[in-house]
Design a protein around this ligand. Structure first.
Ligand code: PAF
Length: 279
């Protein structure tokens, strides 16, 4: 497995790989867990897999969240090597954001709704860094978790609008035994908050059951709010039920699939989860 820290090095590695066939890309911020490895596994249908590890400062709302973001490079590299990844790109912040840089990429509507309302600038940071990584590596396909439902929609929209020649694949959420969606943030939860966090999947499951029994979106949202409220350690951030393609808010009794998106804070750790439901 090649480890590249500069744009020149990863470009040279990618040029060599091309002869062996297509390239699947998995972008990460490190602190890898089974959820990331599911992305690597999905990308492994390609003869070459490139992974990136870059804690992207522009997608963090506050400095302390960025500073405390887990960094576990050695363990990450061991996991990627074991999974048979061809090359890893681990750039510095200066490599990605050169001095004086002033270009951003933003999905103007999608970035400003739902989770974007509680995390202003977050999806602009994601769209900008993912565009840079696509331009640097030029993958044939890229793999993103369905857990970050809005992120996946932002990236699909951006690639469509900018005519970026890459196929985007969504990969189903990987969960802990108690149903908590895997996230690099989970390790920051003190034991009591960790024990409380499965309230997220409990609330999604309650909403799913209502929608499948013919209830309205409004009733499903009420059920989520009521379920989260039973857990004193959880503070509900946002809950939305949307059309999975247009991201328009769903109302009444849905006639097709809908995406349920939820965020809640446990102390200063914000977690998100989602479920796509076909009533
Ligand atoms: O999902 C993530 O880990 C990040 O948002 C991504 C896509 C790697 C961009 O920094």
């Amino acid at each position: 497995m090649q480890i590249c820290r500069t744009i020149a090095d990863i470009r040279a590695a990618v040029a060599d790989m091309r002869a062996a066939g297509t390239i699947g890309l998995v972008t990460t911020m490190g602190a890898l867990h089974a959820g990331h490895m599911a992305l690597v596994n999905a990308a492994s249908t390609h003869p070459n897999v490139v992974a990136t590890i870059f804690v992207n400062p522009t997608q963090f709302g506050n400095a302390s969240d960025l500073d405390t973001y887990p960094r576990t490079e050695e363990a990450d590299l061991a996991l990627l090597e074991q999974a048979g990844v061809t090359a890893v790109f681990i750039p510095s912040v200066d490599e990605i954001y050169p001095e004086g840089e002033e270009t951003i990429v933003e999905t103007t509507h999608l970035a400003q709704v739902f989770h974007g309302l509680v995390r202003p600038g977050h999806y602009r940071g994601v769209a900008t860094v993912v565009t840079k990584l696509f331009n640097i590596i030029g993958p044939d396909a890229a793999y993103f978790g369905e857990k970050d439902y809005q992120q996946l929609a932002v990236i699909r929209t951006m690639v469509r609008d900018l005519h970026t020649p890459v196929t985007i694949h969504g990969v189903p959420t990987v969960r802990e035994a108690d149903g908590l969606a895997m996230s690099s943030r989970n390790v920051r939860l003190p034991p009591a908050d960790r024990a409380a966090a499965p309230i997220l999947i409990a609330s999604l499951t309650a909403a799913e059951a209502l929608l499948k029994s013919g209830e309205t979106v409004e009733a499903a949202i009420d059920a989520i709010v009521a379920t989260i409220t039973t857990e004193p350690l959880a503070t509900l951030g946002a809950v939305d039920i949307v059309d999975p393609t247009t991201f328009a808010p769903a109302t009444g009794i849905p006639t097709g699939p809908v995406g349920i998106m939820i965020s809640a804070s446990f102390g200063d750790v914000m977690l998100i989860d989602q479920k796509e439901v076909t009533p």
